[in-house]
Design a binder for this molecule. Structure first.
Ligand code: HAS
Ligand code: CU
Length: 551
């Protein structure tokens, strides 16, 4: 690793840029969290929204603000801080690009949020046609994406500069990982950009009369699956690189970590059909191919689990632990920087298993469009990933603001994580169970109130509301800690932990930095998985639904 000493500080100016992103992210948490609470209350049947606010309106706020805004801002801020820490302070030019990206993303967010609040864009975070939003919503999202590209460019520039200054050496691991995630993001967002710019936006502006619905959905999911990996990879960055240092251990293997990131880059894009398995108009053979590719993309996650267990076990044994699980007791159970992300890791075991069930071809018919899927992604993004982001915040925010995580705040942070675990066990558990009984997702209570089946679901919906309330308390605690770490905690030095690789680990092979090879392979896989089905979708579109005349 490049920098291993504890007190290498992120430059103040880079810190300010990263913090700007975090302020927006945590405002998003407050708004989105409140909407989530309201949803669970509405679905319990015991509460109605006041002032004519629609269920789908708050559902859209919840999904867009948490799934798209909080994540993109947090990730961009974190990756900027990570490259600044491991590849050196940004140049003035890079920092300017970063700020330009931040402002574009913020303007875009305000545009999209305004339209949702005015009830002119209640199209949920997937904005499926034929639901149509005001053009300002699509323009806003476009700005968010273009802004995030600038954030990605900062990472690329920083990587290129480091490689030039250090010829023949592998780049710092965190920078390498941030680079992979940025490349993944560039490739993925092309799909949604094409859909918005050639179909949804011209349609919303009245320039074209119709859209090819299946094409827009397919382009969305070409983007949508790598989107979930764009969320996950920063959590993996923390699990591979930060957690070993926090517990006082070593990174199990630098090469394994890099290889798993490369595999994620290759396999997370050509798999979008696993969200469209029940959709007519896509040939089953191509769906099956993408099912196989989906199972390939679980391999790097299984490698990650293996590597984490190895890190924990090696550390425990170095402290004298014996027996199969003796190492477990040695882990630092009083340190929020470890405990909170660890709860996330635990949640990812059932979360990942649920993902494999979803992906299992015809088994998808049992769960698709039921609230089981909502349960799945509240374990993955809304626990594994978000608790890791919170765990990162507990050291990164004070590091950037020159403050410290006090004993008291550390304790509150652990309570925050535990509350989340309890709340999510109720909420996500009940969602999985109700989903198996056929309870639909994304449905206002009034739409199924009179169905006799709804009676079976109601106890689970009440359990969801109980869980949702506990989760909301946890969010309030998180916001309290965030505000303290940003403005009030005592001044001091808080470490940005960057782990070192274990001595026994093999030397990192340079082929892992051969971008021509990896990007070429990625393009080949995408073309293989998507070319023929896309031609089919465009050529065989029903008359009158071809959208833009180019298609
Ligand atoms: Fe998913 C739907 C399949 C992972 C998010 N997913 C969604 C949606 C979201 C989402 C948001 O195939 C809904 C989209 C919508 O609105 O319609 N998902 C998968 C598969 C994986 C997977 C195969 N999903 C994720 C991640 C997400 C996420 C990650 C967010 C961050 N998902 C699907 C499918 C659907 C779907 C279908 C469509 C369903 C439908 O019908 O609509 C895999 O990548 C999962 C691999 C993960 C593992 C787990 C590894 C475990 C680790 C932890 C180790 C723990 C340790 C600590 C070491 C194999 C790394 C333990 C210590 C001890 C002491 C025990
Ligand atoms: Cu997916």
């Amino acid at each position: 690793m490049n920098n291993s000493s504890a007190f290498i500080k992120v430059d103040r100016r880079d810190g300010k840029l990263a913090m700007a992103h975090f302020y927006v992210a945590f405002i998003a948490l407050a708004i989105g969290g409140l909407c989530g609470l309201l949803q669970t209350l509405v679905r319990s049947g015991k509460f109605e929204l006041p002032a004519g606010i629609g269920y789908y309106q708050i559902l859209t706020v919840h999904g867009v603000v948490l799934g798209l805004v909080l994540t993109t801002f947090f990730i961009t801020g974190f990756q900027i801080a990570a490259v600044s820490r491991t590849s050196g302070t940004l140049t003035n030019g890079q920092r300017k690009v970063g700020w330009a990206g931040f402002f574009l993303m913020t303007i875009g967010t305000v545009m999209a949020a305004t339209m949702i609040l005015l009830n002119k864009a209640s199209v949920l975070y997937t904005f499926y046609a034929p639901l149509q939003a005001h053009a300002c919503f699509y323009l806003g999202l476009t700005l968010v994406i273009v802004g995030s590209w600038l954030g990605g460019i900062v990472v690329i520039m920083s990587y290129v500069k480091w490689r030039k200054a250090n010829p023949g050496k592998p780049s710092p691991l965190l920078t390498f990982m941030a680079l992979v995630n940025s490349l993944l993001w560039f490739i993925a967002t092309l799909g949604v950009a094409v859909s918005v710019l050639t179909q949804l936006l011209p349609w919303s502006l009245g320039l074209i009369d119709t859209v090819n619905v299946l094409l827009t959905r397919t382009l969305f999911w070409y983007f949508g699956h790598p989107l979930v990996y764009f969320w996950l990879l920063p959590a993996y960055m923390a699990w591979y690189v930060v957690i070993p240092k926090v517990i006082g251990g070593k990174i199990f293997s630098d090469s394994l970590a890099r290889l798993s990131f490369i595999l994620l880059l290759l396999f997370s894009i050509p798999v979008g059909f696993h969200h469209q398995l029940v959709e007519p108009g896509i040939d089953p053979g191509w769906k099956f191919l993408q099912v196989i590719l989906t199972f390939l993309v679980t391999i790097p996650s299984l490698m990650t689990a293996f590597s984490l267990f190895a890190t924990f076990e090696n550390f425990g044994r170095s402290k004298g632990a014996t027996g199969l699980f003796g190492w477990f007791k040695m882990l630092p159970w009083g340190d929020a920087r470890f405990v909170v992300p660890f709860i996330g890791m635990l949640a990812f075991i059932p979360g990942g298993a649920g993902g494999m069930i979803n992906a299992s071809h015809q088994m998808n018919q049992v769960v698709h469009n039921t609230i089981w899927v909502t349960g799945h992604f509240h374990l993955t993004i809304a626990t594994a990933v978000i608790l890791t982001y919170f765990g990162i915040s507990y050291w990164l925010i004070p590091h950037l603001t020159g403050r410290t995580l006090t004993k008291k705040l550390n304790k509150l942070a652990i309570i925050q994580g535990v509350l989340w675990a309890i709340g999510m066990t109720f909420m996500s558990g009940a969602m999985h169970a109700a989903g198996l009984l056929g309870a639909p997702r994304r449905s206002a209570f009034s739409t199924y109130l009179n169905s006799h089946q709804a009676m079976e679901w109601i106890p689970y919906q009440v359990a969801q509301a109980v869980g949702g309330t506990i989760l909301f308390l946890s969010i309030i605690l998180m916001l309290y800690i965030f505000i303290n770490l940003a403005f009030f905690a005592p001044k001091g030095e808080q470490e940005f932990p960057v782990g070192e690789v274990a001595e026994e680990a093999e030397k990192t092979p340079m082929v892992l930095e051969n971008w021509k090879l990896w990007l070429g392979l990625s393009a080949a896989l995408i073309l293989f998985a998507y070319t023929i089905p896309l031609i089919d979708i465009i050529q065989n579109a029903p008359p009158g639904s071809k959208g833009y005349k180019f298609w």
